[in-house]
Design a protein. Structure first.
Length: 105
């Protein structure tokens, strides 16, 4: 049954085979395939946009300074935070940073 459909698609009679609603009515097995591929492409594109907008290690505009310098040490930038105490500042280290001062000229 499937080989007849493949032969029809590959034959000369299928030259005008357009990818539209007629194709979905004629070949309903294409619906899940197109749905899954569309969802995967949409998810990938969405993650790329999300990464460009929120991640400090992605820099689109080079004239600005590095984005990782603007991140607060207590701020979480991960999707899933497993160890919530990991981002707590160490008081001795914070005092040392204040004593040393800013590293930029």
């Amino acid at each position: 049954f499937l080989s007849r459909k493949i032969n029809y698609i590959m034959s000369a009679g299928a030259r005008s085979f357009g990818f539209g609603l007629k194709a979905f009515k004629r070949f309903p097995e294409l619906v899940p395939l197109v749905s899954i591929l569309s969802a995967a492409c949409l998810g990938g594109t969405g993650f790329i946009v999300y990464s460009l907008a929120t991640k400090p290690d992605v820099r689109v505009i080079k004239s600005k300074g590095p984005a990782y310098e603007d991140v607060n040490p207590t701020e979480n930038r991960k999707l899933v935070q497993v160890n919530k105490d990991h981002y707590q500042p160490i008081p001795e280290l914070e005092e040392l940073r204040k004593e040393i001062g800013h590293y930029k000229p």
